[in-house]
Design a protein around this ligand. Structure first.
Ligand code: ZN
Ligand code: ZN
Length: 423
C-alpha cells in the first residue's frame, strides 16, 4: 500500500492491495520450494549472496511470481508461524495473489501481495474459530481491517511490507482451511472500518481486559488517543478512575459482573471460540506464585539484575484497570541494599514469568515474617493481555447476548464511527 494514503479516510476509495512478509530475513532461509497450482509447476529456489537461482537458472532479483490463472494458488512449504514463541513451528501455506522473491545477504525475503479483503478473510480464519457468533466475527474483522489500514505500528517498514504473516502483526495462513463464516463476515463488512475524526482507528485488542479496559498511554507511553480510553466492560456507564490499593484489592477479589467474566461461557466453549487457550481456570481472575529463589532467578535471567534476596515488589504507578507500568523491586545484592525499576507493562509481564505473565493488573501478597525476606510472592490478577481497546472475551460474550457488531465496537472504542471506504 502507498503509506502516504494510509490512515486518511478520504483517500482510500478502492480495495487496496496489501504486502505480507511470509519469509523474513530473521528466518535465515536460503532455499525454498514453491508450487504454482495453476500450471502444476514446482520451483526450487536457492539464494547465493545476492543471486536468485530458480530450477538451476539465475534469475533477476527481485523476482515476481504471478499465477497463470485467476483461481491458481501458490503452495509454499516451511513458513514460520509463532516466531520466537514456545509454539513456533513450520507450516505449509497456500496463497493467492502475487509473490515477490528477494535475496538479501544470503537470506530469502518472500512477500505475498494480495487483495485486502482476501487477506482479511484469511486473518479471520487463522485467528478465530468458525463456531464464533457472527457479530463477534464481524467486529473482529472490522477491527483487523482498521488496524491494518491505520498502519500505526508499521513494524516492518524497513522491509517495505505492510505486515508479516505472524502473531507479531496478525496471524495470516493463506487460503488453506478458509472457512465459510470468516468469508461471510469479510463479505458482510466489506470495506467497513472504524474512524475517529476522519482518521482510521488503530483498533487494538487483547484477550481479556479483566473488567476495565486500559488507557493507551499507560501501556505504550504514547499520546492519549480519544478512542482508546478505559471503559468498564459492562453496562455501567461511567468513566473508570484510579483506585487506591485497597479498592483495587477488593475489585480483584469481588469484581462486579462484567462482559468478560467467564461465568456464562464454559471452558470448552471458550476453547472452541478462541482456539489456543491456556490451561488456566480463568483469565478474568487468576493467581500465580513464585518462591523467593524462583523470583531471583527470573530477574537475573530476564532483567540481568542479581539479587541475593528480594524484600518487596512495589507498584509505583498503575492505570485505571490496575495495570502496573512501573514496578520497584527492593532487595539485597551481595548483602548491600539494591533496587531495580521495571518500566513498562510489557517488561513487567515478561520479567515476572518464565513465559509471559497474563497481565500486569495484579496485587502482590508477600508472606513476610518480621526480619526475613518473604519466601513466597503471590500475584492475584485480572485479565489477559494489555487490555487496551477491544476485549475479545467480553466481545464474545456480548455477541452471545445478541449485541450487534456496531454495539460491540462502539462499546470498546469510544466516540468512534463505522464508515465504508469502498463497496
Ligand atoms: Zn509483524
Ligand atoms: Zn473485558
Amino acid at each position: 500500500m502507498d503509506k502516504s494514503m494510509l490512515s486518511e479516510v478520504n483517500l482510500i476509495t478502492n480495495e487496496p492491495l496489501i504486502s505480507v512478509g511470509l519469509i523474513l530475513p530473521e528466518d535465515k532461509k536460503s532455499s525454498i520450494l514453491i508450487e504454482d497450482t495453476s500450471i502444476k509447476k514446482k520451483y526450487r529456489i536457492k539464494v547465493k549472496s545476492d543471486q536468485i537461482i530458480i530450477n538451476n537458472k539465475i534469475e533477476e532479483n527481485p523476482f515476481n511470481f504471478k499465477s497463470k490463472s485467476k483461481k491458481g494458488t501458490f503452495i509454499i512449504k516451511k513458513i514460520k508461524a509463532g516466531r520466537g514463541f514456545h509454539w513456533e513451528k513450520d507450516i505449509t501455506i497456500n496463497v493467492t495473489g502475487e509473490l515477490i522473491l528477494k535475496s538479501n545477504d544470503q537470506n530469502i525475503i518472500l512477500v505475498n501481495k494480495l487483495k485486502l479483503e482476501d487477506y482479511i478473510a484469511s486473518v479471520a480464519t487463522s485467528e478465530m474459530s468458525k463456531s464464533c457468533p457472527s457479530s463477534f466475527l464481524e467486529s473482529q474483522t472490522i477491527a483487523a481491517r482498521s488496524w491494518v489500514l491505520a498502519s500505526a505500528e508499521n513494524k516492518h517498514e524497513d522491509l517495505n511490507v505492510d505486515v508479516c504473516n505472524d502473531d507479531c502483526c496478525q496471524r495470516y495462513q493463506g487460503v488453506k482451511g478458509l472457512n465459510e463464516s470468516a468469508i461471510s463476515s469479510a463479505n458482510k463488512t466489506r470495506g467497513y472500518i472504524l474512524t475517529s475524526n476522519d482518521k482510521i482507528c488503530d483498533t487494538r485488542y487483547s484477550k481479556s481486559c479483566g473488567g476495565i479496559s486500559e488507557n493507551n498511554e499507560v501501556v505504550w507511553f504514547n499520546e492519549p488517543i480519544e478512542y482508546l480510553r478505559a471503559v468498564y466492560d459492562s453496562k455501567r456507564n461511567a468513566k473508570p478512575r484510579l483506585m487506591s490499593e485497597k479498592e483495587l484489592n477488593s475489585w480483584i477479589d469481588n469484581p462486579d459482573s462484567c462482559f468478560c467474566d467467564e461465568t456464562e461461557i464454559s471452558k470448552k466453549d471458550l476453547k472452541s471460540y478462541l482456539g489456543h487457550v491456556d490451561k488456566m481456570d480463568s483469565y478474568f481472575r487468576w493467581s500465580y506464585s513464585l518462591k523467593q529463589q524462583e523470583l531471583c532467578t527470573l530477574i537475573r535471567e530476564k532483567a540481568g539484575h542479581y539479587f541475593d534476596s528480594i524484600v518487596s515488589l512495589i507498584p509505583i504507578s498503575r492505570g485505571v484497570s490496575g495495570r502496573v507500568n512501573l514496578l520497584k523491586i527492593n532487595g539485597y545484592t551481595y548483602s548491600e541494599p539494591s533496587t531495580l525499576d521495571i518500566k513498562s507493562e510489557y517488561e513487567i509481564r515478561r520479567v515476572l514469568h518464565s513465559k509471559f505473565l497474563y497481565s500486569s493488573a495484579f496485587i502482590i501478597i508477600a508472606n513476610s515474617s518480621s526480619n526475613r525476606p518473604p519466601d513466597k510472592f503471590t500475584f492475584k490478577g485480572a485479565g489477559w493481555g494489555h487490555g487496551v481497546g477491544l476485549c475479545q472475551i467480553g466481545a464474545l460474550n456480548m455477541a452471545l447476548k445478541g449485541y450487534s457488531h456496531k454495539q460491540i465496537l462502539y462499546h470498546y472504542f469510544l466516540n468512534s464511527k463505522l464508515k465504508r471506504l469502498y463497496e
